[in-house]
Design a protein around this ligand. Structure first.
Ligand code: HEC
Length: 215
């Protein structure tokens, strides 16, 4: 009888522990969830992907480098990110004392969508076979490349967030909307007209009847 009781109590305690790990926020469950995301079992939320892209991509250079990147500079981000993954692998070998966070492929898929949305997506400007070659052995990135933009959840969501955008696309919408309106055309600067009082021949250049007048 005593044995049965011990077994029941042990089971009860174990159940509580498992429930605790699942339902109470704690480092262990956070770790499990972030591993599951990095390995593609759980999807990244758009803003979470945004934070991750900023964190992972500024390990070796500032985001300025990414902000300046443009269609004239090189291939789209879907081909740049695998290139950066190679840098990380090389740095890990050549600089063993510095710690670099690696990018898993599901993370790369999320990160590409972030920069596409914030800086620009010029995948259509390149030949498909060239991009596929640059992507190399990353099958999930290839699948992303072949997915229409409106079916990429992170990219589609962040593309609508104008306030997060950086790079050559920034404010493009606003600028194009204002093109052609008179206040947007540069005008030669006119010196402010001097107020003349014809009765004193312009010698007395201020007007005491003006309510804003002060001495
Ligand atoms: C391990 C270090 C490292 C990490 C991490 C890294 N980069 Fe880079 N990145 C470099 C180096 C080195 C260069 C310069 C290489 C060159 O000029 O070819 C560079 C250059 C760039 C450029 C400019 C390329 C050009 O032709 O002007 C872009 C854009 C860029 N990185 C984007 C990213 C993005 C996006 C990420 C995150 C996925 C990232 N980088 C993460 C090392 C890194």
């Amino acid at each position: 009888m005593k044995k049965k009781r011990i077994v029941l109590i042990t089971l009860g305690v174990l159940t509580l522990l498992v429930l605790g790990v699942i339902f109470i926020p704690n480092p262990l469950s956070q770790r499990i969830v972030s591993e599951a995301k990095a390995n593609g079992y759980i999807k990244y939320q758009p803003l979470e992907a945004y934070d991750m892209a900023r964190r992972i991509c500024t390990q070796c250079h500032s985001d300025e480098r990414i902000k300046m990147y443009c269609p004239r500079c090189g291939p789209p981000f879907v081909a740049v990110v695998p290139h950066m993954q190679t840098f990380i692998e090389n740095y890990r070998k050549t600089k063993p004392n510095v710690e670099f966070t690696n990018i898993t492929e599901p993370q790369a898929v999320a990160i590409v969508q972030v920069w596409n949305a914030l800086v620009g997506n010029w995948e259509k400007d390149f030949r498909e076979q060239d991009i596929l070659k640059l992507i190399g052995h990353y099958d999930r990135l290839k699948a992303l490349f072949l997915t229409p933009v409106d079916q990429r959840p992170i990219e589609a969501y962040l593309s609508g967030r104008e306030e997060l955008k950086i790079g050559h696309m920034t404010g493009l919408d606003q600028m194009q909307r204002k093109l052609g309106t008179p206040e947007n055309n540069p005008q030669p600067v006119q010196p402010p007209a001097m107020e003349m009082n014809p009765s004193d021949g312009g010698a007395n250049q201020h007007n005491h009847d003006d309510p804003n007048h002060k001495h």
